[in-house]
Design a protein around this ligand. Structure first.
Ligand SMILES: [Zn+2]
Length: 160
């Protein structure tokens, strides 16, 4: 269900590879990408993209294509509760974010813990995605952690 992005994600402190696969939740569920590829969205029968959508019982879209500058954090390693430490230099990694600009998987950024705290500001939740608004990245809130969703066929809102 998560979205895989393959690449060489380098530790900024020792220049060794941290991982070769980041798993994010943004775009059509279950897709895989290399760097530079265009993000895909599941289209409904009328060719529209419904944000944060289930189709029947299947989650098809995480987030929304209306945002042009997105930081989608690796959701496997990134967690405020657990530490991610570089295997080579033991530096504590705050998080690894995939940068999606104009729907292109453009690059990535490795954050240290201070940068993560700056990004989170007063948020105490686990935020997976940030969107650029007026020169500042702000947390993107998924609707009720996908607990509630809209059935694209019937339009009815149902509890997962
Ligand atoms: Zn390192």
């Amino acid at each position: 269900m998560k979205i895989r992005v393959y690449g060489h994600f380098i530790c900024p402190w020792c220049q060794k590879e941290l991982t070769n696969c980041a798993q994010i939740i943004w775009g059509a569920a279950g897709e895989s990408y290399e760097m530079g590829q265009k993000l895909r969205w599941y289209q409904a029968d009328n060719f529209t993209v419904n944000p944060n959508t289930y189709y029947g019982d299947f989650l098809v879209n995480y987030g929304s294509p209306v945002y042009n500058d997105v930081l989608a954090f690796d959701v496997v390693e990134y967690s405020p509760e657990s530490e991610w430490v570089c295997r080579s230099c033991s530096q504590v990694i705050g998080g690894l974010a995939i940068k999606i600009v104009n729907q292109i998987i453009q690059g990535y950024k490795v954050f240290n813990c201070t940068e993560i705290r700056t990004l989170l500001k007063d948020e105490d939740e686990n935020i997976e995605v940030f969107i650029l608004k007026e020169d500042t990245y702000v947390p993107y809130k998924f609707p009720d952690e996908f607990g509630m969703s809209t059935n694209t066929k019937t339009g009815e809102i149902f509890k997962k």
